[in-house]
Design a protein around this ligand. Structure first.
Ligand SMILES: [Zn+2]
Length: 323
């Protein structure tokens, strides 16, 4: 992979920036590259790829193979409530910040100070890995900015994000940005052995999505049925959605988004755009009690005229609803 080679080159030239931000679609291996870099920065033999056997490497490998529940560090928020701060294993110079649920909060970033401004204990450097950096709320991003403005020389910040436009420009300007491209179909096949072109296309370069899709092929079929269904099919599918697990709902919405996006690119009809916007915001706020059944009817009705997936019978419904 090109991006990985690029990182290796920077490392070997001793030019790893103090703050680096990996961005790109979900499930394409950003975290792998980020954790390998973290391990290499801390490696006692200063090797890239990391040696894998020094004390530092061993502890970092332990970290990534330990269940998260055992790594969670808690602290007190500014108003005295116990909150999740970050993940830390036995390596004293490495922590990983990630959202508790949907957000990385300002208290989590503030808690960094205790880590950032003490000297490294095992390696001669420290690494802060921030996963899903796009989930930092505005306060958290501003707090991080302050740290990045006066970065301690021995601390490296590695940010990983799926959605670059959610990162403040001021943070972006302090980070070295490195885009990780989606995996090609060949790469996906090589990694999974899956050759079915429909599944590969749906995965859209994401290994994570491909594995999910493979496991939940029935959900993919449901999404396809939804788009080609008559009102009764839609009704039946829509009614089932609110009972699915959040993970399955997300997968269903992703597949649906992908299919509609493809139609949009092909037909350039603006009503698809409306539907897509609605789908994106639904995915963003999923898990906050959104009603998916209603969303499905919205999509069905909004797209009714031109999703070209519906037959004429829909017209009457649309007018009824509008009237
Ligand atoms: Zn090592």
């Amino acid at each position: 992979m090109k991006a990985r080679l690029f990182v290796e080159k920077m490392y070997k030239q001793g030019r790893i920036p103090n703050a680096i931000l990996f961005y790109g679609k979900e499930g394409i291996g950003k975290r792998e590259i980020a954790s390998e870099l973290a391990q290499a920065i801390l490696c006692l033999k200063n090797q890239y790829p990391p040696c894998g056997s020094c004390t530092s490497c061993t502890l970092i490998k332990d970290f990534f193979s330990t269940p998260e529940e055992k790594l969670r560090v808690f602290g007190e928020s500014s108003y005295g409530k116990e909150i999740f701060l970050y993940l830390q294993g036995d390596h004293p110079d490495f922590i990983c910040i990630k959202p508790e649920k949907t957000e990385i909060k300002v208290d989590q970033i503030r808690a960094l100070k205790d880590f950032v401004y003490i000297r490294p204990a095992l390696s001669n450097k420290k690494v802060v890995l921030i996963q899903n950096a796009e989930t930092m709320n505005l306060y958290a991003q501003n707090a991080l900015l302050k740290v990045l403005e006066e970065p301690p020389a021995d601390t490296f910040f590695i940010l990983v994000c799926n959605n670059l436009h959610k990162i403040l420009p001021t943070i972006k300007s302090r980070c070295f940005l490195l885009e990780i491209p989606p995996l090609t179909m060949d790469e996906l096949t090589k990694r999974t052995g899956i050759t079915d072109p429909t599944l590969l296309e749906l995965a859209d370069g994401s290994l994570k999505l491909l594995n999910q899709i493979k496991e939940k092929e029935d959900l993919v079929k449901t999404a396809l049925n939804f788009l080609s269904g008559d009102i009764m099919t839609v009704y039946n599918i829509a009614n089932k959605l609110d009972n699915l697990s959040e993970e399955d709902q997300m997968l269903f919405l992703k597949v649906l988004t992908f299919l509609i996006h493809k139609k949009y690119l092909k037909e350039k009809d603006d009503s698809y755009k409306l539907i897509l916007d609605r789908l994106y915001s639904t995915m963003e706020y999923l898990g906050r009690g959104l009603n998916l059944t209603l969303l499905m009817f919205y999509i069905y009705l909004e797209g009714g005229n031109n999703l070209a997936l519906h037959k004429g019978s829909l017209q009457g419904y649309k007018e009824d609803y509008a009237g």
